[in-house]
Design a protein around this ligand. Structure first.
Ligand code: NCD
Length: 337
């Protein structure tokens, strides 16, 4: 790390466009209750997040040895939107803990195509499974289902809302790659308006005192209500250019433009390809930063970044299994909170 880079870091709080002033302390929400479902990052307090990460770290050291834990359980994965990592890592996690998995990954091949509502499908599946993992295009879908059924529900992505399990595996990855979580400066780059992973991750980063640098193409900034919420959590958030973010961040979290959320495709065409992380830029501006991406990528991270030692996105995807093992074991009360 060069001294220039260190100077740039010290300069960071003086950014003219700081949206929320740095806070003096952390807000640690205290909840005496253990969550029944995981619908939002707000459902877990800081102690519970730490517990999830610690259990995940244990599982990460020994993914094979715990088939006894959920041997008498059935987990249902209901995916009304495309998925590779989230569904497969949930199913791998359930299998690693000895649970059986039933799945609905193609709504066109289910009664949804006959007009069955999400609520009716959920009521049916609660009779078949001990826990439901749900991905759905509608914001708030997981919360709606959780209010209807008596089994735990895990939100695996609800439209442009939240993706709390991704955010937990992102935190786990930051802790693993950087050695610690607190105070890490994280650049959140891309479609911050529609990207549910950054909606969840920013809420968790705020609670761990991680300053955030926001970089987005025009029209794709973090939604104002979320920004206000981060302010209430005492977060240190600033808007930055791509170069400023690279030069000042410990973690560079790149996301894709969420094409499927655009009503007007011309709007998407206007912003597509507007940022791209290359190996050259990493070497020049961020040689010691950890590069993350929830994946899938389109063109925002060049293939030549993959071979850099600080490219962590494939390790990050792998962390989905131990983190989701931890969530399943804790929510199904196979391990104490
Ligand atoms: C993300 C999602 O579905 O929100 N994917 C994932 O779960 N890793 C990110 C994305 O689709 O861009």
């Amino acid at each position: 790390m060069t001294s220039d880079r260190n100077d740039a870091r010290r300069d960071l709080p003086r950014f003219p466009n700081v949206l929320i002033p740095p806070s003096s302390g952390l807000i640690i929400p205290s909840s005496p209750h253990h969550p029944v479902s995981l619908l939002s990052t707000a459902d877990v307090d800081r102690t519970q997040v730490q517990r999830i990460l610690d259990v995940a770290a244990d599982f990460g050291r020994n993914v094979r040895g715990r088939r006894d834990l959920l041997g008498d359980h059935v987990v249902a994965t209901l995916f009304f939107e495309p998925s590779t990592r989230t569904r497969l890592s949930f199913e791998a996690a359930a299998n690693r803990l000895g649970a059986r998995v039933i799945t609905m990954s193609d709504p066109a091949a289910s009664s949804t195509s006959k007009g069955e509502t999400l609520d009716d499908t959920a009521r049916i599946v609660e009779g078949y499974a001990d826990l439901i993992v749900l991905r759905h295009p509608q914001d708030g879908a997981a919360r709606e289902v959780a209010a209807l059924v008596s089994v735990p529900v895990i939100n695996a992505g609800d439209g442009t809302g939240e993706h709390p399990t991704q955010a937990l595996l992102d935190l786990f990855t930051i802790r693993q790659e950087r050695g610690r979580l607190e105070g890490q400066r994280v650049a959140l780059i891309g479609d911050l308006r529609n990207g549910r992973t950054v909606h969840s991750l920013s809420r968790l980063l705020a609670r761990f005192g991680c300053p955030m640098l926001l970089v987005s193409p025009p029209g794709l900034a973090l939604p104002a209500p979320l920004l206000a919420e981060l302010g209430e959590l005492g977060a240190n958030v600033a808007v930055a250019t791509f170069e400023e973010a690279l030069s000042n961040a410990d973690v560079i979290y790149v996301t894709r433009i969420q094409k499927e959320r655009f009503v007007d495709l011309a709007e998407y065409e206007a912003v597509r390809g507007s940022y791209r992380l290359t190996a050259d830029a990493v070497r020049r501006l961020a040689p010691a930063a950890t590069i993350m991406h929830p994946l899938p990528r389109v063109d925002e991270v060049a293939l030549d970044v993959d071979t850099l030692p600080n490219a962590a996105y494939f390790r990050q995807a792998g962390n989905g299994v131990p983190v989701r093992m931890a969530l399943l074991a804790l929510l199904l009360r196979a391990l104490p909170w």
